[in-house]
Design a protein around this ligand. Structure first.
Ligand code: SER
Ligand code: ZN
Length: 885
């Protein structure tokens, strides 16, 4: 709790560290009611600074100092100053050794930062600033040190003792204890430190690297989960191979370990050689994890593995540079997933997510640039902007440079900065040096917050046979940034003729046409491009593949969108045309609802979706994506003032109408796919994901008709399927259906069957939390009393409370404010238990500006109540105070 310390930290105040730590030797003695940490730090004055010796200020929080020596001299309280956050002392020589012993309490650490216990095992999470809760240290990423770590604990309770690097020694002690020593040969910042001790089993495998070194791979889990790690192991081996092939990056230690932990604030953590994962991002098998969960495991395993180079070998100089490692690594894992599965579907999913959630962040009170200038609590900056928009920035560099130059740039970056802590500027410099392309203006993507808008208009001149596209870019003001300079916006585009073929593209001034899909760089506030040799009025296909994270507008009419849906050679833009058509149709319905008129669905949407369903040649995953109407959260994001009831009513009306009008083709596709699923054992591969996704979205539409044959099919699928994807869909369909008896029975049977599987129970909570039937808040409150629920487990909080506030918009935004009151109560309770989770949970309340006056007042009142509720963590204080500002 540190409201009084909630000071803002600025990038402009960055200074190199006064002292360095060459070696760090740690010994942990683990006990049930406390842990002793001995730290020997071999330090010296930073040689790049003056010879003077300033005061040394070590970070440390919640530590009980038992003993400290400076070069073997025992220090007394007169020799140093202790505060809640620092230990300061005056070194007398340029090189010295500090030895300290502290007592800490992992057994009562509910914040899950530093060393803590989860399901009886010891584990750590040190990023960003958790190491200071383990020992006194220079806890900043530009202090890189060689670590050796000895862990000692009870042999029975903690047979497995792990840390970073390679194991070098182990032995037994008296009293039933044992110890192990690990040595990490690579210098690293403290945030990459890890320790694990527990009763764990592992699956082991081998990987032979490019240069024929053999690496041992181990995934450690609690014994009952040993049957759920094969998918993660396969994903790891694919990631290692992919990083060698695509980036030329090889693994560098003899052993690579992953440990699954049940209580974890984030998805996973890339600690050197010892990745620690939220169990939801490792465990997967057909019976207990959905297709989406399988894909998430593959992506997160890859992400953390890729950090070994983009993050660990080359790390961040300070936390303002977080996107240096996260944006780059998300881009790397997205490309990996695209290569392993369907590229277009992956892109569609990522863009839908970005536009719904990151664009909302960009438009809200916490909007910040990809490289922020200031923060109060760095944990609040593990955001969609740093990760997802950061990845889009990398994708644009890749688009502007082309694959070959980009690879040259990444090679240069890794070679030039191996073993260093660097900045986003260093990364861009490597890309410029390798490609010869000037990225000065492009770097505004790192420093300016907000989502740029790009308005496009056209002019066709039949006599001159020219076609001109006029671009106007702007970017709304964001906190602290009222005026923005033009961005470099790469716009990939094509021009379609009346038959839907791509025209050859030749810009005015060019000698000959080249290509049918090209990238134009829009760099000015207003800019026009003229194509020549255009005989007839073309239809533009703009921002193919979503080549820049902007809001593009072009005055398409609905017939043109239907044409693009059918003919665009770019798969992403076929989907995008469908989304734009749906948005137009839904916005029309929202207007009708607001004016109290009868709702009338534009039949063109029915026609467009019918032709997709009837075309057996199309990729089934694409058909499923195109059948999914834009979500309520996205419709909220693009509204000036979001009308919760009208959005929900309009979308549900459209779904109902589509279900009835398209019953026949949906039913056919459903039955055909269910037949194949019945006869095929579960496979976690793209083609199978595709079949199930179409089957499942068809079922969710079909159930809206309430026909008895659909109920029977749902129950058949629920009971007879062999995998969680089909089972959970059937459950969700029942939960949202009017069939009360069947719903209750299925929920009960599901909980009984899976009561011992925490991850499956998370899904059971989520399905109910997201049900938009009336009475949602009461259901969630009742579920909080369920024996499987606890506020101490972040996955449970996300599954129930997070899903309710984030996905169940009609119930969360009840006009009487009861949903807001409920969320604020949970935030207040969690603030004391786990500040990081409390602060993340708050996000829906911070979006009050999106709503009409009555809701604004209710939401603000709850934010005020949180602010007045007592001692707030820096995490919660920062988000609440900024969103009220
Ligand atoms: N650095 C982690 C990750 O994004 C977050 O803890 O992988
Ligand atoms: Zn990461």
């Amino acid at each position: 709790m540190r409201t009084e310390q909630s000071k803002t930290i600025y990038l402009k105040d960055y200074r190199a560290p006064d002292y360095l730590i060459d070696e760090t030797h740690l010994t942990f003695e683990l006990f049930e009611d406390h842990t002793l940490v001995h730290a020997q730090l071999v330090m010296r004055r930073n040689p790049e600074l003056s010879a003077e010796l300033p005061v040394l200020s070590l970070d440390g929080q919640q530590l009980e100092l038992l003993r400290i020596t400076l070069d073997d001299r025992e220090l007394t309280a007169a020799d140093y100053q202790l505060s809640d956050s620092h230990l300061t002392l005056q070194p007398t020589q340029a090189s010295f050794v500090i030895d300290s012993t502290v007592r800490i309490h992992p057994e009562s650490n509910t914040a899950l930062e530093g060393l803590y216990k989860s399901s009886g095992m010891f584990c750590t999470q040190c990023e960003a600033e958790g190491f200071r809760k383990i020992t006194y240290y220079l806890d900043r990423p530009d202090v890189m040190s060689k670590f050796t770590t000895t862990v000692s604990g009870d042999k029975q309770k903690y047979p497995i003792l792990l840390s970073n690097g390679n194991p070098i020694a182990s032995g037994s002690e008296e009293g039933g204890r044992h110890w192990a020593t690990w040595e990490d040969p690579f210098k690293k910042p403290a945030y990459l430190f890890a320790l694990v001790a527990g009763d764990l089993w592992c699956v082991e495998d081998k990987f032979t690297t490019l240069s024929s070194r053999e690496v041992t791979l181990r995934i450690y889990v609690e014994p009952e989960n040993i049957d759920k790690v094969q998918h993660a192991m396969d994903s790891l081996k694919k990631s290692m191979k992919w990083d060698e092939e695509v980036y030329g990056r090889e693994y560098d230690l003899d052993i690579f370990m992953i440990v699954a932990v049940n209580d974890f604030n984030m998805g996973a953590m890339e600690n050197k050689g010892l990745n620690i994962f939220n169990s939801s991002c490792v465990l997967a098998r057909a019976e207990t994890a959905t297709d989406a969960a399988h894909q998430r495991v593959e992506a997160v395993v890859a992400h953390e593995y890729f950090h070994n180079w983009s993050g660990n070998r080359v790390t961040c100089r300070d936390w303002f540079q977080l996107s240096l490692k996260e944006g780059f690594t998300v881009f790397r894992d997205a490309e990996f997933s695209a290569d392993m599965n369907s590229r277009t579907v992956k892109r569609i999913e990522d863009v839908a997510y970005l536009r719904t959630h990151q664009f909302a962040e960009d438009a809200g009170p916490m909007a910040h640039p990809v490289r922020p200038d200031a923060y109060m609590e760095i944990s609040n900056f593990y955001t969609l902007t740093i990760y997802e928009k950061g990845s889009e920035v990398l994708r644009m560099i890749h688009t502007l440079l082309g694959n070959q130059a980009f690879r040259k740039g990444s090679d240069l970056y890794f070679e030039r900065h191996d073993g260093q802590a660097v900045t986003c500027d260093d990364f861009v410099k490597a890309m410029e040096d390798a490609s010869g392309i000037d990225l000065t203006q492009f770097k505004r993507w790192y420093t300016q917050a907000g989502t740029p808008r790009l308005a496009v208009s056209e002019a066709f001149d039949a006599t001159a046979r020219t076609y001109t596209l006029n671009f106007t870019q702007s970017c709304p003001a964001t906190p602290g940034q009222s005026d923005k300079l033009p961005f470099v916006i790469p716009v990939e585009l094509g021009l379609l003729d009346a038959r839907g073929n791509d025209l050859p593209l030749r810009l005015q001034g060019e000698a000959a046409a080249s290509g049918t899909s090209r990238v134009l760089s829009v760099t000015e506030a207003q800019q026009s491009f003229t194509f020549v040799d255009i005989a007839e009025q073309p239809l533009p296909s703009l921002l193919r593949g979503f080549s820049a994270p902007v809001k593009l507008s072009f005055p398409y009419d609905r017939d043109q969108l239907m044409f693009l849906m059918q003919h665009d050679s770019d798969g992403f833009n076929r989907w995008e045309a469908g989304q734009q058509l749906s948005v137009q149709v839904l916005q029309e319905l929202i207007g009708q609802q607001q004016r109290g008129e009868a709702l009338v669905l534009d039949q063109r949407l029915v026609t467009a979706l019918r032709s997709l369903l009837q075309d057996g040649r199309l990729d089934q995953a694409m058909v499923a994506e195109m059948l999914s109407l834009p979500g309520e959260a996205y419709l909220t994001e693009i509204s000036e003032v979001a009308d919760v009831e009208a959005i929900h009513g309009a979308r549900e009306f459209a779904r109902q109408q589509l279900a009835e009008a398209l019953f026949e083709p949906l039913w056919q596709r459903y039955q055909a796919n269910r037949e194949v699923s019945k006869g095929t054992p579960y496979v976690a591969e793209a083609e199978h994901f595709a079949r199930r996704s179409l089957q499942n979205i068809a079922l969710s539409y079909l159930m809206l008709t309430g026909k008895p044959e659909v109920l029977a099919a749902t129950l058949e699928q629920y009971e007879a399927c062999d995998n969680m994807t089909e089972r959970l869909t059937a459950l969700a369909v029942l939960v949202n259906s009017p069939f009360e008896a069947e719903r209750g029975k299925a929920l009960e049977a599901f909980a009984e069957h899976f009561k011992d599987n925490a991850l499956v129970m998370d899904q059971w909570f989520s399905v109910q939390a997201a049900s938009t039937l009336p009475g949602g808040l009461q259901r969630v409150q009742a579920l909080m009393q369920h024996p499987a629920f606890t506020l101490k487990n972040p996955n449970k909080v996300r599954a129930l409370i997070g899903a309710f506030a984030g996905q169940n918009l009609v119930n969360f935004h009840l006009a009487d404010g009861s949903g807001y009151r409920f969320l604020a109560d949970q935030v207040i309770t969690l603030n004391a238990l786990n500040p990081q989770i409390a602060s993340r949970l708050l996000a829906p309340l911070t979006r009050w500006r999106k709503y009409a006056a009555a809701r604004q007042a209710l939401m603000k009142a709850e934010l005020e109540r949180i602010l007045a509720s007592g001692e707030l963590s820096a995490d919660v204080y920062e988000v609440v105070s900024k969103s009220l500002a």
